[in-house]
Design a protein around this ligand. Sequence first.
Ligand SMILES: [Zn+2]
Length: 264
Amino acid sequence: MLRLLLTLSLTLLLLACSSDDIPPPIVEEEAAKPKAEVVISFDDALVNSWHANRDIFNNFNVKVTFFITRFGSDIVNNPDRKVYAKFQDIVADGHEIAFHGTHHSNARTLFDDGWTFEDYYKAEIEPAMTMMKEYGLNPTTFAYPYGRDVPEWTEKLKATFARVRDFTSHSVDGEFYVRHRFYNDDFLKVGFSIDQHKLDFDELALVLDDLAQNGGTLVLATHLITESRSDNQWSISRDDLIELLSMIQNRDISIVTFKDASFH
Ligand SMILES: [Zn+2]
């Protein structure tokens, strides 16, 4: 009898809890919040330094984009046989492996020297792209070396890539990251330098606040990751990288790969 009473009261309690009168939670505000994203990219073939610091990405649980150049000479056929094994670890971590040219040529210089797009494609795009595919990779995005884009060629690169990235380390009237709102091409995006000599946490904080508030995609780019701040201006230190990732995640901004960014 006691057990029956207990069962009855439990049933009544459950019925009371599952009442249809409870209104659903209001989610409108959440849904209306614009999407805020940051892409963090690393250029060239600096596998040793990236690999030595990959724990940072794993600890923050983020995927970044590596724009790879000289895949043959610097990675697969590097005299240091450990480099290719380290590269495979980076691939296994799930980061985007993107393309940054076969020989890291300056497209604008070649264009000015009279090269056609076909010359450029055969020399700079096709060889390493083919090799990367042979090694099981499938880069779908490209970053122009030196940020030296050629508009006529960019148009033709649409047949090969889903999206292309430029690069800038130039401020205009003392403004740098804030200028990302000026670039709104659907295909050619601009990566803003977070290399040591450009990295400005004060300006970044303002831009990230704006991004969290109003949405948008900010693309950042650097090269080497160093143990501490160094003489190499094209590098970011471990501590600065950690600080940057914290600043982004503390604002609930997503860190996404270049190919997965929405650019809304
Ligand atoms: Zn480069």
